[in-house]
Design a protein. Structure first.
Length: 428
């Protein structure tokens, strides 16, 4: 494959950063295709942990060109802080481009996000209040500012003169403070000085690279079950993390995505509200949470913990065309005495073979589980499948059988070398 998409198959936080970092060493270009700074990728390099929010995970590889593509909503201040944070950690040799069609996330989006969540009360979505939803709303309403606008000061002033009064009227309805148009303009001009040299027409750049046979790696934010269209609506994000959305978010043709590698945590987690059929409580959940450091990369919120959910994964594989997965954090499950896998969904005692679209129906879903023994051993030093304890090997084989996919990579520890490679999709 000359191009490969990395897709999280759960509710995000699957460990995509480590796998993208691994494949970035084989790629010429790494593309972040959607989302904003409400989600993060964690990468450990030479004992140093990097929490990336907007920057593509190839940013630590000096020979890779990193692209923030059209589908991203990027807070310029957050982006600048992230770039400066890299430099403070000694990472200075990197190549970054941002699409002129990417959307500028504005301060009033953040204010509106908080106002909306407060207004929703008990029905709140559980957003990170980073302004992602309101920014995507403005895109759909054709009221957004795009990064290309920063290169045209007169036009930018016109856009702000149109949009800011509308945003202030909306904010006033929630009792929120208005924003000063001139102050916003001056701040964007300062941002433009720092970012202007990397704002380019990335669709043109990517098409030329694809036609030239360059190796392109695509990554998104969040996971498939947070997709605006196919996730657990309304407890979803405001874009689509699916690989099928990549062409629209990058300006590339459909055939440009040669294959998709699904990233699956060895158990399940999610943040925020919404149905969670495999959720577990009590001591087992606490052990997994602490061993897996299951707290938000950006928010530090504790994640909800559940067993692996096969119907959910089968659903995502079917809509994304996934035949190969990377299994992450398998070492974490060594802290529990036994491991369960959710194998069937039932409603009122009857098995269903679809993912409920409506919240009331999904909330009625019950799970049927099988139980497997844990291995209660440290597997972090294993580098071959045969080195894993028999119970751990059996867990992997059971997943393959139930899900109908091949487990190509197995992560046994956060370190970059601690990955068992059983089959590589992105060849040198």
């Amino acid at each position: 494959m000359s191009t490969l998409a990395i897709e999280g198959m759960q509710w995000g936080d699957e460990g995509k950063g480590k796998i993208v970092d691994y494949y970035a060493a084989k790629a010429d270009i790494v593309v972040r295709s959607q989302g904003g700074n409400n989600a993060g990728h964690s990468i450990q390099r030479n004992g140093v942990r990097f929490a990336l929010r907007l920057l593509p995970s190839g940013i630590l590889n000096p020979r890779v060109t990193n692209v923030i593509a059209d589908g991203v909503v990027a807070n310029p201040d957050a982006l600048i802080q992230e770039i400066e944070g890299l430099r403070e950690k000694g990472v200075t040799d990197f190549h970054l481009l941002i699409s002129s069609r990417a959307t500028v996330l504005m301060p009033y989006h953040i204010a509106m996000d908080a106002a909306l969540e407060n207004a929703l009360g008990d029905q709140k979505i559980g957003t990170t209040k980073n302004g992602i939803g309101p920014c995507y709303e403005d895109r759909a309403a054709r009221l957004s500012i795009r990064y290309g606008d920063l290169l045209h000061p007169d036009y930018l002033r016109q856009r702000l003169h149109l949009v800011v009064p509308i945003k202030n009227k909306e904010l006033s309805a929630f009792g929120a403070e208005p924003f000063d148009e001139e102050a916003l303009y001056q701040q964007l001009m300062e941002d433009a000085k720092k970012l202007g040299s990397i704002i380019v027409d990335t669709p043109s750049y990517l098409r030329k690279a694809y036609q030239a046979g360059k190796k392109i790696l695509f990554e998104g934010a969040q996971g498939a079950m947070l997709c605006l269209n196919y996730g657990t609506f309304p407890y979803v994000t405001s874009s689509s993390p699916l690989a099928t959305a990549i062409p629209n978010n990058t300006g590339l043709p459909l055939e440009a995505v040669n294959g998709v590698l699904g990233i699956v945590k060895a158990y399940t987690t999610r943040v925020g509200e919404g149905p969670f059929p495999s959720e577990i409580e009590g001591e087992a959940a606490n052990k997994i949470r602490e061993r897996g450091h299951e707290y938000g990369t950006v928010t530090k919120r504790p994640r909800r913990i559940g067993w692996l959910d096969i119907p959910q994964l089968r659903y995502v594989a079917s809509i994304s065309g996934i035949k190969h997965i990377a299994l992450m954090l398998i070492d974490v499950l060594g802290v529990v005495d036994e491991i369960k896998i959710l194998t069937k969904y039932t409603i009122d005692g009857k098995e269903i073979d679809y993912m409920p679209a409506s919240l009331p129906e999904f909330e009625k879903v019950k799970g049927e589980f099988i139980t497997l023994p844990s291995w209660k051993e440290d597997v972090s030093g294993c580098r071959k499948f045969e080195e894993l304890p028999e119970a751990c090997q059996n867990y992997v084989k059971t997943i393959e059988k139930l899900l109908g996919v091949s487990v190509n990579l197995i992560s046994v520890s956060p370190e970059e070398q601690a990955t068992i490679i059983r089959g590589d999709l992105f060849h040198d």
